[in-house]
Design a protein around this ligand. Sequence first.
Ligand code: HCB
Length: 225
Amino acid sequence: MPEDAFSAMRQSIIDGAPDTASDLARRALAAGIAPLEAINDGYVPGMQAVGEQFGQGKMFLPDMMASAEAMRAAMAVLDPELKKLGRERPMAGVVVLGTTKGDIHEIGKILVGTLLSAHGFRVHDLGVDVAGEKFAAKARELNADIVGVSALLTTTMRNQKAVIEALQNAGLRPRVKVMVGGAPVTRKWAEEIGADGYARDAMSAVALARNLMEIKAQIPVAEPV
Ligand code: HCB
C-alpha cells in the first residue's frame, strides 16, 4: 500500500470526513491490505493527531466529534473483516468489556473488542459510562474469564479501581481477571489499583488476554459464584 494511502486515511480522520474515511477503507480492502494495518498505520495516527491538536487548543470539541464519526465510519467497513477471522478459531475465553463510569470514549474499547473477537474470544461490550456493579453483574451472568476496563480521562481512571472493588464485593476475584487500558493509563497505575494487567493497544490486549487465560488455567477450578 503506498504511503500516500495511509496518509490519506490519517487526513480523513483529521478532516472529520466519514465518507472519505469509509471509501479509503473499502479501497484498502480491495487492494488486499490487512484491516489491522489500515487501522494502525492510517486511522489511529489520525486520532492521535486530533488529540494533540485538541490539547494544544488548535481543534475544538465539534471537530473532535467529527473525527470520531470518521473513525467509526472506517471501522464499520473494517470491523466485519477482522471479526471473520475469529469465527474460524476455537473459543479462547469470555471477556466483558466497557468504558468506566463518567467516560464516553469508546473507539479504543471497540477496537480492543474487535481484535479479541478476531482472535476467538467471546466479547460482551457493555458500552460507555458503565458502573462497577454493572461490570460485576455481567461478569457473573456470563461466567466471564476477563473484564476489560477502558478509561480515557484522568478523572475517570479511578473508576477502574471501582470496577475491581465491585468484582471483589461480588466475590468474583481472583477468578475474573481484570485488564485495564486507555490513553492516560499506565502499567504502574494498573499495579497500583490491583489490576491483573495493562495493555497499551488492541494487539497487546489480545496478547495480555491470552496470558491471563493461561494464568487462569493454573487456578484450581471453582464452582461459579
Ligand atoms: Co476526548 N479527550 N473528550 N473525546 N478525546 C481526549 C481523551 C483528550 C486526551 C484530548 C486532549 O485533551 N488532548 C482529553 C482527556 C484529557 C485528560 O483527561 N487528561 C479529552 C477530553 C478532555 C474530552 C472532554 C472532557 C472534552 C470536553 O467535553 N470538553 C470530553 C469528555 C466526555 C466524557 O467522556 N465524559 C471528550 C469527548 C470526546 C468525544 C466525544 C468528542 C470523542 C469520543 C468519541 C467516541 O469515542 N465515540 C473524543 C475523542 C475522539 C478523543 C481523542 C481525540 C481520541 C480518543 C481515541 O479514540 N483514540 C482523545 C485524544 C487521545 O486519546 N490522544 C481525546 C484512538 C483509540 C484507538 O485509542 O487510547 O482510546 P485509545 O485506545 C487504545 C489503547 O488505549 C488501548 O487499546 C486501544 C486500541 O489500540 N485500550 C485498552 C483502550 N482501552 C482498553 C481497555 C483494555 O482493557 C485494554 C486496552
